[in-house]
Write a protein of this length. Structure first.
Length: 430
């Protein structure tokens, strides 16, 4: 029987048998389409590995709204996700995946179990470079034939010659000086031979997804400090960010206080928890990518746009640069009208003026309300009162423009911040 609620969604995918059920969601097959699945959120909420369990009316709807809002944004940013579309108030359609039995946690700050593993860290300790960790997903303190001292152990992959093993550690005990309580051969955890080769890409995608959401939350006046995600492989072997990302999946701070599942973990009343979940569903409904553009203003056909396009491609921000060739000095009326038309189309823009004369950038700045960056052909200085940034190198001008736009754009922020943190890999400890 179709248990989805009747609402504004078409529910065009007929629900098949229940494939699997977890603590907070159910996975159904789709009739006549083995490549798809229906992911339905439940009203259940748990903590302490199931030690605490409650049912909150409406929680499944809020969780599903949040997941769909998040995955729409990630999908718009080009991140490979299993999510396809929302199917009902409490469910969405996803590509059927063979799920990896572990989750990846990305941390910007130290909270929760991170402080238990590293008791010397103060709560809220900042990681300038995002920290990525793997945890094995277990239930009832068992993994296949193995009895475990805890659930969801911290997992470290070790390769020695042709042997692959996973060391398991208690996630609630100090990691320094702790010996693994169990070492499992890779074949008992890996979905297929060579899956470990996907681990670096999993962490890269997880970090990029975090950065996108970090900026989205910043724009709403809140702070994302950590989240957990899962990956799966579709029928063609393509790796996808799958499962759900809802208010159970992260920690988000508002004025220093949690607005996520941590409220429930800390013993908050069910009415308070329900309101936090409703609030988060509403806020994530505003997550979106703005329409933005960098206008590259060239003074003549002899001016080359290649260095600017090369810098944009280097940052993987293709499609944002719009070249215009018009002499501001010789054709001021045409230049003003052209710029005005471009800014009517995309008001949130930045101008890079690679003009032959000093007054080109100053004039463009004077007749518009957007930032203007001048890239002079020679060592010339602009008028002191001109509200124009002067940058000598085209690549640096592109970076400056992208940095301005990234303040309001989760995708560009993820690219820019990701590049910075990649350079920090050997200089900043995590």
């Amino acid at each position: 029987m179709d248990t989805r609620t009747t609402d504004r969604f078409t529910q065009k995918y007929p629900m098949g048998p229940l494939a699997t059920e977890g603590k907070t969601k159910k996975i159904f097959s789709v009739r006549n389409n083995p490549h798809l699945a229906i992911v339905a959120s439940k009203d259940d909420i748990t903590a302490g590995d199931g030690a605490r369990h409650d049912v909150i009316s409406g929680k499944g709807r809020f969780a599903n709204e949040t997941t769909c809002n998040v995955f729409r944004l990630l999908k718009a940013c080009g991140i490979p996700v299993a999510f396809m579309e929302q199917d009902s108030a409490t469910s969405f359609i996803a590509i059927h995946c063979m799920m990896s039995p572990h989750e990846i946690v990305i941390r910007r700050e130290g909270h929760g179990s991170e402080l238990k593993r590293n008791p010397y860290l103060p709560k809220g300790h900042l990681f300038p470079r995002l920290k990525g960790q793997h945890f094995l997903k277990t239930k009832d303190r068992r993994w296949k034939k193995h009895k475990l001292p805890c659930d969801d152990p911290y997992m470290v992959y070790v390769s020695e010659g042709t042997k692959t093993n996973f060391q398991l550690f208690n996630p609630a005990k100090p990691i320094h000086g702790q010996e693994p309580f169990l070492v499992i051969p890779g074949a008992e955890i890996l979905l297929f031979d060579g899956e470990q080769n996907f681990f670096p890409e999993m962490r890269r995608i997880a970090r990029e997804a975090f950065l996108v959401l970090e900026k989205a939350w910043q724009l709403e006046g809140r702070k994302l400090v950590d989240f957990k995600v899962e990956f799966g492989f579709d029928g063609d072997g393509k790796m996808l960010l799958a499962d759900v990302i809802d208010n159970d999946s992260w920690r988000v701070l508002e004025n220093g206080a949690y607005i996520d599942k941590q409220v429930y973990r800390d013993g908050g009343g069910l009415d308070v928890v329900a309101e936090k979940y409703r609030q988060v569903a509403e806020i994530t409904g505003r997550f979106r990518l703005p329409r933005q553009r960098i206008i590259l203003w060239l003074g003549s056909k002899s001016d080359s746009a290649d260095p600017f396009f090369g810098a944009v491609e280097e940052m993987d921000c293709r499609g944002i640069l719009e070249p215009v060739t018009c002499s501001v000095h010789k054709e001021p009326v045409t230049a003003i009208n052209t710029l005005n038309q471009l800014l009517q189309e995309v008001p949130d823009s930045v101008v890079i003026a690679a003009c032959d004369r000093n007054d080109g950038a100053s004039m463009l700045s004077g007749v518009s309300t957007v930032p203007v960056i001048a890239v002079p052909a020679g060592a010339r200085s602009l008028h002191e009162t001109a509200p124009v940034m002067t940058v000598l190198e085209p690549a640096n001008a592109v970076l400056a423009a992208l940095n301005i736009l990234s303040a309001r754009n989760p995708l560009i922020y993820a690219k820019m911040r990701g590049a910075i943190e990649k350079r920090l890999v050997n200089t900043v400890p995590v």
